[in-house]
Design a protein around this ligand. Structure first.
Ligand code: ADP
Ligand code: MG
Length: 139
């Protein structure tokens, strides 16, 4: 999929969010500014039933939990996680098994936990164009 602006990425995210099975784990790949958080906001909107405007993004926290009438989404941003061990210390590994949809930015920080995730890769093609590849689920 190619999106031409952030709004299209939100819309595509919402469509994907509507199709995800309970407990799906998604890992996000792409540089800073690629659009990972934007796409996850769209997914959160699809999963929870809230509008993307109501979905706030985690700027300084490792985990944001989004709850809405139709479901729950856990958004991990592990950019500031120093080592995998910390993830276990905080009990986050248990959150992956609760049955909520989990979206993980910087999954490289927890390599041993990411084996069976749906892989999402975002690549900027221009200022506002993004290529979004989703592997591991039939859309
Ligand atoms: P990341 O989480 O990968 O660092 P963000 O989603 O926080 O990226 O930021 C992406 C930035 O790029 C936002 O400012 C967004 O408005 C902008 N942008 C421009 N075009 C797009 C697009 N097609 N999809 C997603 N974001 C886009
Ligand atoms: Mg981000």
């Amino acid at each position: 999929m190619i999106t031409n602006n952030a709004q299209e990425t939100l819309t595509f995210g919402k469509e994907l969010g509507n199709k995800l099975p309970k407990g799906a784990i998604l890992s996000f790949h792409g540089d800073l500014g690629a659009g990972k958080t934007t796409f996850i906001k769209g997914i959160a909107s699809g999963v929870t039933g809230c509008s993307p405007d109501e979905v706030t993004s985690p700027t300084f926290t490792l985990l944001n939990i989004h709850k809405g009438p139709s479901g729950v989404l856990y958004h991990f941003d592990l950019y500031r996680l120093h080592e995998e061990e910390e993830f276990f210390t905080m009990g986050f590994d248990e959150y992956l098994e609760i049955g909520a949809v989990c979206c993980i930015e910087w999954p490289e920080r927890i390599p041993s936990l990411m084996k069976e995730s749906i892989k999402v890769t975002l690549t900027p093609l221009s200022e506002e164009k993004r290529e979004i590849i989703v592997e591991g689920i039939n859309l």
